[in-house]
Unconditional design. Sequence first.
Length: 304
Amino acid sequence: MIRHYEFRNKRLLETVSAGDVLVAINPESGEKQYLLEEYELDEHTLLSSLDPNELSRLEIEGDHNALILKVPKNYSAEDDYEFKVFSIGLFLFKKSLIIIMSEENNLFDPKLTAKINSPNDLLLKIIYGIIFHFLRHLKVISMITEELEEKISKAMENKYLLCLFTLEKSLVYYLNAINTNSVLIEKIRHNASRLHLGADDLELLDEIIIENTQCFKQAEIYSNILASMMDARASIVNNNLNVLMKRLNIITISLMVPTLVVSVFSMNVKIPMQNFPWAFAVIISISLLAMSLFLSLWKFFNKS
């Protein structure tokens, strides 16, 4: 699917005909061929834009510059606590910008894409928006982690522990994506003249570098905390299971004591009170007394 946008009154608006910005979302074979022939894009770079495992990089071409960026994937309940990343391609021409990505993603944040003056300005603000997208996901991961920790403190199974393992893996993917994006941003800074970046663009680029560094450090802190506490959380689950087994053993033993009393009086031999009318009540009373005595002794020795 291909969409067209144009700059109008310093804003980015969608249009029907070809404009300043072209966005191709999961292009089909015919659309890929159109992009290759009409805009003379490199086929390998175009396919790299749709490869989720591709690293961020900058390619200096003849009449345009190609950038591959890592973007956080929109989270859904079907992902089951796994936060993923994918790649997008940005092909920057002198007067236009082509964006190629494998799935729908809200790159044009209204707050960040206000007062757009040029494709260069839009390119930098898209990178800025990607950083804030990562930060929002990190906050969500932190909130989910806190909720899972509360559930783990009472859990008897590994269900919530496995969810934390999935979040830990997601943070590793995020760290790799943010780090490879930072390398790309540094390359943009070093090739500012080739990309025709002005003074305002360089000032915005410096802010992007600072924000991306803070984003990486925040993701690193979350990842280290989550990894360092995994053993402790696993021990909590094991301890909860041990406490449950201990309680079940006490219940089992406490039921064995009255069973022994009843079994003795149920033997097929002559025993006291076999002709006594209240024999059943007496045996039940002795059984309950024996069980109460056992539980009292267990509590006494357990406290000491």
